[in-house]
Design a binder for this molecule. Structure first.
Ligand SMILES: NC(=O)c1ccc[n+]([C@@H]2O[C@H](COP(=O)([O-])OP(=O)(O)OC[C@H]3O[C@@H](n4cnc5c(N)ncnc54)[C@H](O)[C@@H]3O)[C@@H](O)[C@H]2O)c1
Length: 338
């Protein structure tokens, strides 16, 4: 039986990689994306063209928050699984354009939840972020930690998404898995993120902006490793409270809903300075550095506790930083993103 997945944000960085993987695994994929101009639309277009090379891929260009649009789509295609990745992403941009986070992340996710209430999929999986851990200082971050101190409006909308999905999961018995992704990188990556910005600046012989003087730590996660985690979690449906027979230590399952949140990260935090050194090695050139203070909304470190992830789906592949950064640099040079 061919299964159907609705992937929102399919022309985005992670949505593209996930859709490509699902198509390769024999799924039918309905890709939903508004092709927003937050960053270079031609990059989204090129990702989409690759997906359109498969007969099992159907693309829909529309906004999440368009009232009733997702409900119509779910009625038409009745997907087995929904993976919700479309969002207004980015910590820094949420100081400039907070309204777009309300529209895409709050209104958009609401429309998707309403669609799922009308035509429930067997499992709905949604992207949250490590940024919801906010000002927490206990590391590594575990799913059962309190998350009440978001430092950016982006993170606040993602925390709201977790709560919104929890209420629908409880009220309508909708199985939901929330992912908290930790800094994802790799080929076809986002131009607003450090790796893309650094490689571009270095190719142009310009200095790179190094926030927090290079002392920031991030749990960089290679996109294909992350996608492997997402794919494995599709078949790990959170059980309803009355259906549970055994408990996993540190599980984040809700006591009142088939809802769970899972960190997806490598659990190997790297200092920004070491990340830059890996780029310099891959490019064979040294970057001119413009050292700067921390930016508003940013957190000094992220580090994923991945024990729950491992308990649910086993060890994920762990691409070493040098290999992952090398793959990005090769992609960037081959595709001429300058
Ligand atoms: N990349 C990371 O490091 C990272 C880390 C944590 C969480 N996340 C989350 O993972 C998800 C995917 O991130 P990404 O890096 O692929 O981002 P991305 O910006 O590349 O992809 C998001 C896609 O959603 C689409 N979109 C945005 N608003 C929309 C709307 N209102 N209606 C329809 N489509 C809309 C965009 O056109 C884009 O193609 C997001 O929810 C993001 O918040 C990403």
């Amino acid at each position: 039986m061919v299964r159907t997945a609705l992937v929102t944000g399919s022309a985005g960085f992670i949505g593209f990689h996930l859709s490509r993987r699902l198509l390769a695994d024999g799924w039918r994929v309905i890709g939903f994306d508004a092709m927003t101009d937050y960053y270079d639309v031609s990059l989204k277009q090129r990702r989409l063209e690759i997906l359109q090379g498969s007969d099992s891929f159907t693309t829909v260009e529309a906004r999440l928050e368009e009232p009733g649009r997702l409900t119509e789509l779910m009625a038409e295609h009745r997907p087995d699984v929904v993976v919700h990745l479309a969002a207004q992403a980015g910590v820094r941009y949420s100081l400039e354009a907070p309204r777009s986070y309300v529209e895409s992340n709050l209104m958009g996710t609401f429309e998707l939840l309403e669609a799922a209430r009308a035509y429930p999929p067997a499992h709905m999986l949604m992207a949250s972020t490590s940024s919801v851990y906010g000002a927490n200082t206990d590391m590594p971050y575990a799913e059962t930690d309190k998350v009440d101190t978001q430092m950016s409006f982006y993170a606040a909308t993602k925390k709201s998404n977790e709560a919104m999905a929890h209420s629908y999961s409880h009220l309508f018995n909708l199985p939901v898995t929330m992912f908290r992704f930790f800094t994802v990188y790799g080929p076809w990556g986002r131009p607003d993120m450090a790796l893309f910005k650094f490689v571009k600046a270095m190719r142009e012989g310009k200095p790179i902006d190094v926030y927090n003087h290079g002392r920031m730590k991030r749990d960089f996660t290679y996109v294909e490793d992350l996608v492997e985690g997402v794919v494995r979690l599709i078949d790990v449906v959170p059980p309803a409270p009355e259906m549970r027979d055994s408990a996993i230590e540190g599980d984040s399952l809700s006591p009142v809903a088939p809802w769970r949140v899972v960190n997806i990260g490598l659990s190997q935090p790297v200092e920004l300075g070491d990340f830059i050194a890996a780029i310099e090695t891959a490019m064979g050139t040294e970057a001119a550095k413009n050292y700067m203070d921390m930016q508003p909304g940013d957190v000094p470190a992220t580090w994923a506790d991945t024990r729950l992830l491992t308990a649910l789906v086993g060890e994920l592949p762990a691409t070493p930083l040098a290999k992952g950064v090398g793959a990005f640099v090769r992609w960037y040079e081959e595709k001429n993103w300058d």
